[in-house]
Design a protein around this ligand. Structure first.
Ligand code: 26V
Length: 767
C-alpha cells in the first residue's frame, strides 16, 4: 500500500517534470523525483517545527559542506532500505545516485562540521537553523595534469537542487555603498534521525533587485544591464577555495556582509511578525558565529536594532546576549582582519558602528590593552569576543591554547566567557550509512539504538577480545577494503590489493598537517626495501586524499611530490608486492564515505598545537581504525577515551614544540642522518622531474632556508614517526591489533556530534 502510493508519487513527478516514465528516466530525473517525493512527505513535520514559538538557534556559517543528501535523508526517515527495494523491483539500482554531485559548499573541517551539527540538531530535537551562502559554484573539482593539481568549476546544481525551495517572497535587500542587491533565500530541510524534527538550512543567493531595467534596455545600454546584473550575481558566484589564508579580497567582504545582513534582517522581521517587542529578541534567538566569517552580523544587528528605535547601548547589550563565537584555528593568517578604509567605503554604516564599539570598549576598560580596531584594521575575532556571551574552542587542547596565547588578553578580562566544546561527527553518515556491515555487527552484539545514543558503543568493548567478534570485524574491514579498492581502480586506474595495509591521510593539503612527513616515510620504506633492509615489511598501500588551495604554492608542490613518489613506486617491479601509493582525484565527502571505513591506519600527524581539533580522526575511529598521530587537537581526547595503548602516538608535544623551536637547527638533523638526507635530497637530485617549475627544490628550500626553516618540525619528528609507524605495521593483523581496532569503535561515543550539540545547548545557547 505505502509502496504503491510512493511509487505513484514518484511516477507522477517524473511525468510532470520530465515527461518520462520510471523506466525511461535517467539518473538525474530519478534523483529529482525521489527527492521531491520525500520533500512532499516531510512537509507537515517541517511546517510544525518552523511554527513553534520557542527560542531558536541560528548557526551562521559561510560554509556548509553537505555532501549528498538523498541517502542520509531517506535513512533518517527510516525509508532507505524500503526505497532501495521498491526501486529495485522496478529495475532501478540505487547506486545510480552516486552519479549525483556532492553539494560542496565548503572547504574542509569547518564546513563539514556545520553540516554534521545541523543533522545532529534535528536529531536531538534542538530548533537549530543554518544560515549561509548559496554559492553558484562550490569547492573546485580537482584533476591532475602530469602530477600537478588543476582546478575546474564545480557545477553542483547540474542535476538540479531538488532539496531546496526558493522562497522568493522572503527576499530582502542588502545595501552596499555602490549598489543594492536582493538576497533570495533557498530553504533546505534538515531531517533528524527518526524524522521527528525537520529544521531549516537557509542559503542566500544574490540577485539584481528590480527585475529588468527597461529604461536601459530601451536606450540599448545592454552592457550597462549586463554589468549591473554581473555586479549583483557575482557576490554568491563562487566559494573562496582557501581554508586558511585570508587575502583581504573585496568580494569576500561583500560575501560576508551580504549573508549576515540578509540573515539578521530575516530574524528581526520574523520576530516582529510574531508581534514580539524588539527588546526581547534575546529570549527568542541565539546565534552561533562559525569562526570570524559571519562576524559582520554583530554590527549589523546593532544597526538594525537602532533603526527600530533603540539607542546604541541598548542595542549593544541585546547583541551581546544573542551572539556566541567559535574559533576553529590558531593559524595567524586565518584570523580575519579588514582594512577599515575598505569597510568604510563599502559599508559605511557598519564602519561607524564598529568605531562606536571600539569607543565603548575603551570606556569600559581604559587600560585593558584590548582593541577591536588597531592600525586601521578591524580584528573580527575581537569583535566577536567583545560583543558575544560565549567563546569556544573545538577541542580541550585547542581551547587551552586560545586561553593561554591566541586570546590571552581577552581571557584575562572575561574568563567566564571561555569554554570548550569538543567537535563531533554524525554517526548516521559516518558509521551507519557508510559502513552498514560494521553497523550490523555492532547491532548484533549490543542491540539497536546506538545510532542516536553513541555512548552505548562502550558495550562493544567487552567483545574486543572475543575471537568471533575479531574474526567478523576483520572480515568486514577486508570487505570495505575490497570495495574501496574496486572504486579506486575504476577512478584512478591503480590497483590496491585488499590484503595490503591501508594507510590513509585524507584532509586538506596544508604544511602544518604534514603530508610531507608522510611522503618522506614512504621514501624511507621504499629505499630500505630496495636495499633489502626491511625483510619483514608488511605490504602497505599509502593512500592520500587532499585538495590544495589554488594559490598555495607549497601545498601544490607537496602534491606534485607525492604524485611523483606514486609514479616511482607503482612502476618499480622490485617493490610491487610490498607497497603502492595513490593520491585519489577530487577527494570530497562522498569519497570520504568510502575511504574511512576501509582504513587500517588513520594518519593524524599535524605538528602539535596546530590542528584545532580534526574531525576526520573521529570518523576513522568510529570505523575501527587506529590513529597514528601526534598529541594534537582531539587526538588527545581520542587517546583519553580509547586508552593511549590503543593508538600509535609519536612526536613533539605542544610543550616540546615550544622548547625545540627555541634553537631549532633542521640542517643539523639532516646532516646527521644519512638515510633522511637521501630522502630529502630526492627533491633536487634529479630523482623526480617537476617540469622545470623548480617546485620541488622550493620544497626543500622550505626546510632549511628563508622564512620557514622547517616551521612545522618535519625533520625533527621524522625518526619518531617512522619508529612508531614501523611498530604499527609490525602489529597489524595480530589478534591484539584487531582488539585495538574494536576498542576504537567502542570508545568513539564521545565524538558523536549529538553530544557536541547538547553541550552547546546546555552551556552556550541555554536551550
Ligand atoms: C579561513 C578562511 C579565510 C578566508 C577565506 C576562506 C576561509 C575559509 C576557512 C577559513 C578557516 C578554516 C578553519 C578550519 O577549517 N578549521 C578547522 O575546523 C575544524 C572544525 O572545527 C577542525 O576540526 C580543524 O582542526 C580545523 O583546522
Amino acid at each position: 500500500m505505502e509502496k504503491n502510493k510512493w511509487i505513484k508519487r514518484v511516477c507522477d513527478i517524473l511525468l510532470a517534470n520530465d515527461g518520462v516514465t520510471l523506466e525511461e528516466a535517467d539518473a538525474p530525473a530519478l534523483y529529482r523525483a525521489v527527492s521531491r517525493a520525500t520533500m512532499a512527505e516531510i512537509h507537515p513535520t517541517w511546517r510544525k517545527c518552523r511554527d513553534k514559538k520557542k527560542k531558536r538557534v541560528g548557526y551562521l556559517s559561510a560554509e556548509f559542506l553537505l555532501g549528498r543528501a538523498i541517502h542520509s535523508n531517506l535513512y533518517n526517515l527510516g525509508k532507505l532500505d524500503k526505497v532501495k527495494e521498491w526501486l529495485g523491483e522496478r529495475g532501478v539500482d540505487f547506486t545510480l545516485f552516486e552519479e549525483i554531485e556532492d553539494a560542496a559548499l565548503g572547504n574542509g573541517g569547518l564546513g563539514r562540521l556545520a553540516a554534521c551539527y545541523l543533522e545532529s540538531g534535528a536529531t536531538v530535537g534542538i530548533p537549530l537553523d543554518g544560515y549561509g551562502i548559496r554559492y553558484r559554484y562550490g569547492l573546485f573539482r580537482q584533476t591532475f595534469v602530469s602530477g600537478f593539481q588543476k582546478e575546474e568549476a564545480d557545477d553542483w546544481q547540474r542535476c538540479g537542487d531538488p532539496w531546496s525551495y526558493r522562497r522568493e517572497s522572503e527576499s530582502v535587500e542588502v545595501e552596499f555603498s555602490d549598489f543594492t542587491v536582493r538576497a533570495v533565500p533557498y530553504d533546505t530541510p534538515v531531517i533528524g534521525y527518526g524524522g521527528k524534527t525537520v529544521n531549516t538550512l537557509r542559503l542566500w543567493q544574490s540577485e539584481e533587485p528590480r527585475g529588468f531595467d527597461f529604461e536601459a534596455f530601451d536606450a540599448m545600454q545592454t552592457d550597462r544591464i549586463a554589468k549591473s546584473r554581473m555586479n549583483c550575481e557575482s557576490i554568491t558566484y563562487a566559494l573562496y577555495p582557501n581554508d586558511s589564508t585570508e587575502r583581504g579580497r573585496l568580494l569576500r567582504l561583500r560575501q560576508e556582509y551580504f549573508f549576515t545582513s540578509a540573515t539578521i534582517q530575516d530574524i528581526i522581521r520574523k520576530h516582529k511578525r510574531e508581534g514580539l517587542p524588539i527588546e526581547r529578541l534575546g529570549e527568542y534567538i541565539t546565534l552561533q558565529l562559525n569562526d570570524t566569517h559571519p562576524v559582520f552580523a554583530v554590527p549589523e544587528m546593532i544597526r538594525l536594532l537602532m533603526k527600530e528605535g533603540l539607542d546604541f547601548e541598548a542595542a549593544f547589550v541585546i547583541a551581546r546576549s544573542v551572539f556566541n563565537f567559535t574559533n576553529h584555528t590558531i593559524l595567524g593568517e586565518a584570523l580575519e582582519c579588514w582594512d577599515m578604509k575598505r569597510v568604510r567605503k563599502l559599508i559605511p554604516k557598519i564602519a561607524s558602528i564598529l568605531v562606536r564599539m571600539q569607543r565603548r570598549l575603551e570606556r569600559e576598560l581604559p587600560d585593558g590593552g584590548l582593541f577591536l580596531i588597531k592600525d586601521g584594521r578591524v580584528h573580527m575575532a575581537n569583535v566577536a569576543i567583545y560583543a558575544g556571551s560565549r567563546v569556544n574552542g573545538v577541542a580541550a587542547l585547542h581551547t587551552e591554547i586560545l586561553k593561554e596565547s591566541t586570546f590571552r588578553d581577552w581571557y584575562a578580562h572575561y574568563p567566564e566567557r571561555f569554554l570548550n566544546v569538543t567537535n563531533g561527527v554524525t554517526p548516521r553518515r559516518w558509521l551507519a550509512l557508510c559502513n552498514p556491515q560494521l553497523s550490523d555487527l555492532i547491532t548484533r552484539r549490543i542491540g539497536d539504538g546506538w545510532q542516536n545514543d553513541l555512548e552505548r558503543l562502550r558495550e562493544l568493548g567487552k567483545f574486543a577480545t572475543d575471537p568471533e567478534t575479531r574474526a567478523e570485524f576483520f572480515r568486514i574491514k577486508q570487505e570495505k577494503k575490497a570495495e574501496l579498492s574496486a572504486h579506486i581502480y575504476k577512478k584512478e586506474g591503480i590497483l590496491l590489493p585488499p590484503e595490503f595495509i591501508f594507510d590513509v591521510q585524507a584532509k586538506r593539503l596544508h604544511e602544518y598537517k604534514r603530508q610531507l612527513l608522510n611522503a618522506f616515510s614512504i621514501l624511507y620504506y621504499y629505499f630500505r626495501l630496495k636495499d633489502g633492509l626491511e625483510p619483514d615489511f608488511k605490504p602497505t598501500a599509502f593512500i592520500f586524499g587532499a585538495k590544495a588551495a589554488p594559490a598555495y604554492y607549497m601545498a601544490k608542490a607537496i602534491i606534485k611530490f607525492i604524485k611523483s613518489i606514486a609514479e616511482l613506486v607503482n612502476n618499480d617491479e622490485d617493490v610491487k608486492d610490498k607497497m603502492r601509493v595513490v593520491f585519489v582525484t577530487d577527494y570530497n565527502v562522498s569519497y570520504a564515505e568510502k575511504i574511512m571505513p576501509a582504513a587500517d591506519i588513520s594518519e593524524q600527524i599535524s605538528m602539535a598545537g596546530m590542528e584545532a581539533s580534526g574531525t576526520g580522526n573521529m570518523k576513522f575511529m568510529l570505523n575501527g581504525t587506529v590513529t597514528l598521530g601526534t598529541m594534537d587537537g582531539a587526538n588527545v581526547e581520542i587517546c583519553e577515551e580509547a586508552g593511549i595503548e590503543n593508538e600509535y602516538i609519536f612526536g613533539a608535544t605542544v610543550d616540546e614544540v615550544k622548547r625545540v623551536k627555541e634553537n631549532y637547527d633542521p640542517l643539523a638533523i639532516y646532516n646527521a642522518d644519512p638515510e633522511l638526507r637521501r630522502i630529502v635530497d630526492t627533491l633536487d637530485d634529479g630523482t623526480f622531474d617537476d617540469n622545470g617549475t623548480g617546485m620541488l627544490k622550493a620544497l626543500k628550500g622550505s626546510l632549511f632556508g628563508g622564512w620557514s626553516k622547517d616551521h612545522y618540525l618535519v625533520l625533527h619528528d621524522f625518526r619518531d614517526y617512522v619508529r612508531v609507524k614501523s611498530k604499527l605495521i609490525g602489529d597489524y593483523g595480530t589478534d591484539e591489533f584487531i582488539s585495538k581496532c574494536i576498542r576504537n569503535t567502542a570508545s568513539g561515543g564521545k565524538f558523536s556530534s549529538d553530544r557536541s550539540i547538547l553541550d552547546y545547548a546546555r552551556d552556550v545557547w541555554k536551550i
